[in-house]
Structure formats: structure tokens, C-alpha cells
Design a protein around this ligand. Structure first.
Ligand SMILES: *Cc1c(COP(=O)(O)O)cnc(C)c1O
Length: 401
């Protein structure tokens, strides 16, 4: 296995950042050097079990072999060509995504926020002129560019940025009546994560997404699913909407779409797609051959290695282990699991739990202060699930005192 030559230790690297990198991230004082499957190593050679690989991007673990091979092959043949040309890779990638979703067409970009910007533009371009408003949901997350920030109904992400882009109205997640009340003759679309990720792994109440579909159909609105976090196999289905039997008009993807390589996409029906007409939208690197080859390789790997099924099986192991903990640990309020998307809601701030796990070489995340979030790789082994759950259980019990 290849290793990038490490020439600096963690503290030297951290010093570089202090001097030369914009301090817009809170980082852990660890520099990572390589990864393989669900393990990563820091520059000092410590090994961590990673239950949050790449913030959800490394759904196939670190450096999945078929993705590495496809990228290595492609990068020596053609790194980038603009979208004024055709490439086989982009065409095959679009076909692969279309065939596993609702038979639509793809627009490619490089990130989740970009995919959502494309969706917002497409909604406005496709809708009658007076319709421009998009209903989004409290606790939702759609990205960091200004349109996606306005779509994100969380005041903490708006602070100091105003005036925000107009045209977004917010409804409580799960409240169909509120949505129905918000619709007026300027409403163009409803946009939602089928399962809220950053918001704390919030699974929609029974019938909620179907209700949104019904409102959209009755009122002539577009239904947009942001599957940036839930898509591409994360939930044990190709796309989360397939759990709920509700098909969107527009779906956005990124994070895990290229097995860890940067990429993003919007999928929509052949009827809606032409509204994103030439000259109105573009992404210079969108659908580039490297991302496309990585994206195809990721899909093939999931199928060749039966990883959707593996994710569903391991999901049940997580569910069993974590719900068993509820009885032993009074800090746990609720366990929410859909495939490889796992939230453990605590009655306390989760920061010391994340730190305690890290001290024991397990990497997890905490969102919205109290929700431990795991987004493990779908090719994790059952032994690794148990190893990680053992550590988490120990740390949680210590917190109980
Ligand atoms: C992470 C995320 C985004 C933003 O994706 P970026 O690639 O960071 O721009 C958008 N929507 C959801 C649901 C996400 O989880």
C-alpha cells in the first residue's frame, strides 16, 4: 500500500496552520497521514477506528481499492476537460446514477452546496415567473454558499451574513399542517433532507414525506430532496427516499458520491432537466473524468461487494448494541438508526464523550451539542462495530460517574 512520505510531526504541521491557514475550522490537535478501510493513522503512527470517516464522504472507508485504481488509471490518461466536450466517463456515471434512482438526468458539480445551488436555480428557472419561494425545514442543513445558507433554517449559520437571499420560508420538520399553511401562490418548491443529518439524524415521522409529495402535487410545486448525506448507499438503500416510497422531482448528491473523491450531482426528471438551459448554469470541474471514474467505481464496488446488504446488517448490530446501552446508561435519551446513519441523543453535552472516545482511539462526531453522530463506512466489519461500541459504552458509563 502506498504511503505519502511524512516529513513533519503533528505539532510542526499545526504550527504551519496557525501561521498560514484561515482559522475557520475547529480542529483536533492531530494530523492524519494515511487511512485504510475504517482505520486512519496520525503522523505519530497512532491508529484510530474511524466511525465518522471524512464527515460522511468516505462511505467505502479510506482509500477503497477500486476507487484508487480507477483514479490512478484516469489521472494518467486525462485529468480534466471542460464541459464543452463529451467524455465516456461522465455519460456512464450519469447512466449509473439514473438507473439506480428515478431514471432522470444528471448535472454534475463538485460539492453538496453547489448541488443545492443548482437545485435552487433549477426550481426558479422551471417554475412560473411569480413562483420563487422554497419551503425548507428547521434543523435542516443545505451547505455554506449564500443560497444554501439561506435555505438552511438555522439562525446560528446566518449570524452576521445578512441580508440573506430572499425567497426561503421555514417550517418545523415533521409538521405537514405548517407546510400546507406556508404555501401561497409564490411558492415554487419544498426542499428537505429525507433524514436530517447535521440536524441530529432526525428520521421523519410516518407519512411525512408522502404528505409533502401530496402537497407538492396538489399545489404544483417541485419536491427537492437533499440527499447529499443520505444518498449513495448511506442508509442501506441507494437513496433514502427509497425507504419511504416517495420520489422527488429533484435530488442532490455529494459527500460519498465518489468514494471519497470530491464530487456532486443533481438528478432530475427528463421533463424538468431542460429548464437548466445552456448559459444559465455551469460548473467548470463538474463531472470531470477523475470524479466520474471514482463515482462509477464506488457504485460498482457497492454492488460487487454487496455493501447495501452489509450496511443493513451492520445497522442492526449498531441498533442492538446501542439500544442495549439505553438501559445501562441514563445519559442516553434516544437512539436513531437508518443504515449507516446513527444518532445517539444524550441528556448532556457530547463534547467530553467525543474526546473520551478519541483518547481511546475511536473517532465519532457530535452535532447540535447533544447528539453523537456516527457515519461509519458501509464496508466496516462486524468486529469493528463491536470494538467501537465497546469503547463508546465505556466512555458513556464514565460520564455517568
Ligand atoms: C454536508 C451537506 C451539505 C453540504 O455539502 P458540501 O459538500 O460541504 O458543500 C449539504 N446538504 C447536506 C444534507 C449535507 O449533509
Amino acid at each position: 500500500m502506498a504511503t505519502a512520505e511524512a516529513t513533519m510531526n503533528s505539532s510542526e504541521i499545526i504550527e504551519l496552520f496557525g501561521r498560514y491557514v484561515v482559522p475557520n475550522y475547529r480542529r483536533y490537535p492531530i494530523a492524519l497521514a494515511r487511512g485504510e478501510g475504517s482505520y486512519v493513522w496520525d503522523t505519530e503512527g497512532n491508529r484510530y477506528l474511524d466511525f465518522f470517516p471524512g464527515w460522511g464522504c468516505n462511505l467505502l472507508g479510506h482509500c477503497p481499492e477500486p476507487v484508487v485504481k480507477a483514479v490512478q488509471e484516469q489521472i494518467a490518461a486525462l485529468i480534466h476537460v471542460p464541459n464543452t466536450w463529451y467524455t465516456e466517463a461522465q455519460g456512464r456515471w450519469a447512466k449509473a446514477l439514473s438507473e439506480r434512482s428515478f431514471g432522470g438526468q444528471a448535472f454534475f458539480c463538485n460539492s453538496g452546496t453547489e448541488a443545492n445551488e443548482a437545485a435552487i436555480k433549477l426550481v426558479r428557472l422551471h417554475s412560473p415567473k411569480q413562483r420563487y419561494k422554497i419551503i425548507t425545514f428547521e434543523g435542516g442543513f443545505h451547505g455554506r454558499t449564500l443560497g444554501a445558507t439561506a435555505a438552511t433554517a438555522q439562525p446560528k449559520y446566518h449570524e452576521g451574513l445578512g441580508p440573506l437571499m430572499a425567497g426561503f420560508v421555514y417550517a418545523p420538520f415533521g409538521d405537514l399542517e405548517a407546510v400546507a399553511r406556508l404555501v401561497d401562490d409564490e411558492t415554487a418548491a419544498i426542499m428537505i433532507e429525507p433524514v436530517q443529518g447535521e440536524g441530529g439524524v432526525n428520521i421523519p415521522p410516518e407519512g411525512f414525506l408522502a404528505g409533502l409529495r401530496r402537497i407538492a402535487d396538489e399545489q404544483g410545486l417541485l419536491l427537492v430532496f437533499d440527499e447529499v448525506q443520505t444518498g449513495c448507499g448511506r442508509t442501506g438503500q441507494w437513496f433514502a427516499y427509497q425507504h419511504f416510497g416517495v420520489t422527488p422531482d429533484i435530488m442532490t448528491l455529494a459527500k460519498a458520491i465518489c468514494g471519497g473523491v470530491a464530487g456532486g450531482a443533481l438528478l432530475t426528471t427528463p421533463e424538468i432537466a431542460p429548464s437548466l438551459r445552456p448559459g444559465m448554469h455551469a460548473a467548470t470541474f463538474g463531472g470531470n473524468p477523475i470524479a466520474a471514474r471514482a463515482g462509477i467505481a464506488a457504485i460498482e464496488m457497492i454492488e460487487n461487494e454487496n455493501l447495501l446488504e452489509n450496511a443493513r446488517n451492520l445497522s442492526e448490530v449498531f441498533r442492538r448494541r446501542l439500544t442495549a446501552l439505553v438501559a445501562e446508561c441514563e445519559l442516553i435519551r434516544e437512539v436513531r438508526v437508518l443504515g449507516m446513519m446513527i444518532g445517539v441523543e444524550l441528556s448532556i453535552d457530547g463534547t467530553p464523550v467525543v474526546q473520551g472516545c478519541m483518547d481511546r482511539k475511536l473517532l465519532i462526531n457530535c452535532t447540535h451539542n447533544t447528539v453523537l453522530r456516527l457515519l461509519p463506512a458501509m464496508n466496516l466489519t462486524e468486529q469493528q462495530v463491536h470494538d467501537g461500541c465497546d469503547i463508546l459504552a465505556k466512555v458513556l458509563k464514565e460520564q455517568t460517574g
